[in-house]
Write a protein that binds this ligand. Structure first.
Ligand code: VG1
Ligand code: CO
Length: 543
């Protein structure tokens, strides 16, 4: 193999956020930008010599070009073998599975997940460790440190072979195996769930609409739901991945998945609706005319997971990100299992899953997953729901209503203020942080503040400390307000305001969500002066 060493210099800002490095596609296409970061992934993890990696992405614009570069760089850095999804396609959960199944040294996933794609959109790159999960901060910090001192990168001159055809080729001494992206993932799902029960459900006339949002889950959902489980053809919509996701945001929430919402609210709505995001790790769940909040979905899945073969024994525990509603805490308490609270981002669940402390994990942003891999998994959540519905017999809306009657309802919503000036966002959070000590005991919007802090996470397994993970204000009536800045955006800052209000078992569970949350929304405005800081009287995206 002919390869060469290219002289380079550090590029500012290559710091991974909540989930990998995300930037405008144009930034990633600048000379050396991708190459520098990839070299630092290798250098920050002890070099690539003799190692095996999984490689794939969500198919967005620049995916295939980036894969060619990474194959050539891995080969020039001495990697032994690469497992690459055909056409460069791998959903994030499928990549996590492959890393674990083939016991590789890690994986490189190309995706900016829910961020829009295309030439003017966003691109991203993420390194997953040998456990299949997003690299923990210890590793991302080491990679970032390398980006600040890099002087050269190595790349093979030869272009990689054909990743459009299943089979193998070599680049120098590195063997590249191009595999079907769906096969291994499907066989894992078959092991976890009662496929016969789900097939019987479809055979009995149960109808589903799965919106792949022109993103990576299209091929996975079509194969599994339609071809294997027998859902009618056309059950999966927007099923062909496109480089710019059909011009949309592949973010599965009621705002961006409008097409699905319209179908589920129509007169002839299917029994079950779901959507997934750009890289296939998130899920949105709907019943006829009803959006199931991700926090409620996590609580319900925890309560009924035992109906699926893989979870029929006792769950080891559950974990949720701090801003996620406390609905699952009530179920965990009822089941007598531990419930862990972690910072936002799937990387914080890895240690708990590896240590066997948690079986199910979830985030309010529509990420749910389990110990089967080390990533959240959109289609997995859909299949677990289908397995539950097939065995339980009630429809999802009824199941949820019964759940609220047993446990009470945690009304929940997230208000996002997008692309606000970074200094305004920091002034808002900084101002609030400075006043936290004075807040307990004071009254706002008719509620009394019980506690106020900036969330610090002590990892119970490796005892690492992660600070400043979001302002958390609890009220004496059980309501909660959380504010933090997004770590996945590529322009300005995004303020996320998470609102929660608990209504007990005998209360009214059928209120409009925003109306039920009105006091908490008013408290957020009073405490943080959101309108003054952002110049906006209303959130840009309310989910
Ligand atoms: C967002 C979500 C978080 C999720 C992260 C990555 O992060 O809030 O829950 O883990 O995206 O998901 P942030 O920092 O913007 O709030 V994905 O599916 O975009 O990789
Ligand atoms: Co995602």
């Amino acid at each position: 193999m002919i390869s060469h060493t290219v002289q380079t210099a550090p590029i500012a800002g290559q710091k991974p956020g909540t989930s990998g490095l995300r930037k405008k596609t144009a930034v990633f296409r600048e000379p050396g930008y991708l190459e520098n970061f990839v070299q630092c992934i290798f250098d920050g993890t002890g070099g690539a010599t003799g190692k095996t990696y999984v490689l794939g992405g969500d198919g967005r614009f620049f995916n295939a070009d980036a894969i060619d570069v990474i194959i050539r760089m891995a080969a020039a850095n001495g990697a032994k073998r690469l497992i690459v999804g055909q056409n460069g396609i791998l959903s994030t959960p499928a990549a996590s599975n492959l890393i674990r199944k083939y016991e590789t040294d890690g994986g490189i996933i190309l995706s900016a997940s829910h961020n829009p794609g295309g030439e003017d959109g966003d691109f991203g790159i993420k390194f997953n460790a040998a456990n299949g999960g997003p690299a923990p901060e210890k590793i991302t910090d080491a990679i970032f440190a390398k980006t600040q001192e890099i002087t050269e990168y190595r790349i093979a001159d030869q272009h990689a072979g054909d990743i459009g055809t299943i089979g193998s080729f070599t680049v120098g001494d590195c063997r590249v195996d191009v595999i079907d992206p769906v096969d291994d993932y499907e066989s894992l799902m078959q092991k976890l769930f009662d496929f016969d029960a789900i097939s019987a459900l479809f055979a009995g006339g149960f109808r589903i609409c799965f919106d792949a949002m022109h993103a990576v889950t299209g091929p996975y959902a079509t194969r599994i739901l339609e071809d294997t489980l027998g859902a009618p053809k056309g059950s999966v919509i927007n099923a062909v991945p496109s480089p710019d996701f059909g011009g949309g945001h592949p973010d599965p929430n009621p705002v961006w998945a409008r097409e699905l919402v319209a179908i589920m609210e129509s007169k002839d709505a299917p029994d079950f609706g779901a959507a997934s995001d750009g890289d296939g790790d998130r899920n949105m769940i709907m019943g006829k005319g009803a959006f199931v909040s991700p926090s409620d979905s996590l609580a319900l899945l925890t309560a009924y997971a035992h109906l699926a073969p893989a979870y029929s024994g006792e769950l080891a525990g559950v974990a949720r990100s701090m801003p996620t509603s406390q609905a699952v805490d009530l179920v965990a308490e009822h089941l007598g299992i531990a419930c862990y609270e972690t910072p936002t981002g799937w990387k914080f669940f890895g240690n708990l899953l590896d240590a066997g402390k948690a079986t199910l994990c979830g985030e309010e942003s529509a990420g749910t997953g389990s110990s089967h891999i080390r990533e959240k998994d959109g289609l997995w959540a859909v299949l677990l729901w289908l397995n539950i519905l097939a065995c339980d017999g009630r429809d999802i809306v009824q199941l949820r209503a019964d759940h609220w009657r047993n446990f009470g309802r945690n009304y929940y919503s997230r208000h996002d203020y997008e692309e606000i000036p970074t200094d305004a966002a920091e002034a808002l959070i900084g101002g609030l942080r400075a006043r936290l000590g004075d807040l307990p005991g004071t009254h706002v919007a008719g509620m009394e503040i019980a506690t106020a802090d900036d969330f610090t996470y002590h990892d119970p397994i490796d005892h690492s400390l992660t600070e400043r993970q979001g302002i958390r204000i609890r009220f004496t009536d059980g309501s909660r307000l959380v504010m933090r800045l997004s770590g996945t955006g590529t322009q300005g800052a995004t303020l996320r305001v998470y609102l929660e209000r608990f209504v007990d078992r005998s209360g009214d569970h059928d209120q409009d969500v925003q109306a039920a949350l009105a006091p908490v929304i008013a408290a957020a405005e009073t405490l943080a002066d959101i309108t003054r800081h952002t110049g906006r009287s209303r959130a840009d995206v309310i989910t």
